[in-house]
Design a protein around this ligand. Structure first.
Ligand code: M6P
Ligand code: ZN
Length: 185
């Protein structure tokens, strides 16, 4: 019997080795476009939670990690609640995202800063190639959950996104998601 189980109706993981982290608005200052809308929301509001299983030590060559991310429904101004987003520190490392429940968008940006997006809906399987920054936005009215599988030696490069952002944002325009190019910075 494995140490970890997944509930496929929610994506939730249970088992002793499972760890979790919670991302609240206070920890995402600067990520959203509309600073006034951001300041009007409660800093302690939960944006997303991540559960992950690291069966080997971070950095181990050839190993794999498993996780699930659940993003709450919500907007900051017209921008959907989203993950921080990252490149892998080891740029050639790929990843899978698979949607469990909800509706969303996966932003994919290459190193030339070209950004495209894929719609996420229950059952959609997304291959994220090496060298591609990835961020998920919840475009629906309920929680968006996706599972992820990535290399244990991939690492997270958050700094590049903190500094330069993505080149486009997923915004709610006339009630539907639209990829809007960012002003240059
Ligand atoms: C997925 C994986 C994790 C990542 C998480 C949240 O579960 O890609 O590695 O940490 O999503 O995304 P982020 O780290 O960009 O906040
Ligand atoms: Zn990743």
């Amino acid at each position: 019997m494995s140490d970890v189980r997944i509930d496929w109706s929610t994506g939730e993981l249970c088992g002793v080795p499972v760890r979790s982290k919670h991302k609240r608005l206070a920890g995402m200052r600067g990520a959203y476009r509309d600073a006034a809308a951001f300041d009007a929301l409660a800093p302690e509001e939960l944006v997303y939670s991540v559960q992950f299983w690291m069966p080997v030590r971070e950095g181990t060559p050839g190993g794999l990690f498993w996780g699930q991310t659940t993003i709450c429904p919500g907007v900051v101004g017209d921008e959907y609640f989203m993950t921080a987003g990252h490149f892998h520190a080891a740029r050639d490392r790929a990843e899978y995202y698979v949607t469990v429940r909800g509706e969303g968008g996966l932003l994919l940006m290459d190193e030339a800063r070209d950004t495209r997006w894929e719609r996420m809906q229950p059952g959609s399987v997304h291959y994220i190639a090496g060298g591609i920054a990835h961020r998920v936005a919840n475009t629906g009215d309920g929680p968006l959950t996706f599972v992820a599988c990535w290399h244990s030696d991939a690492g997270h490069d958050y700094g590049t996104i903190l500094k330069h952002g993505f080149s486009a944002r997923l915004r709610k325009v006339n009630g539907v998601p639209r990829l809007v190019p960012e002003d240059r910075r």
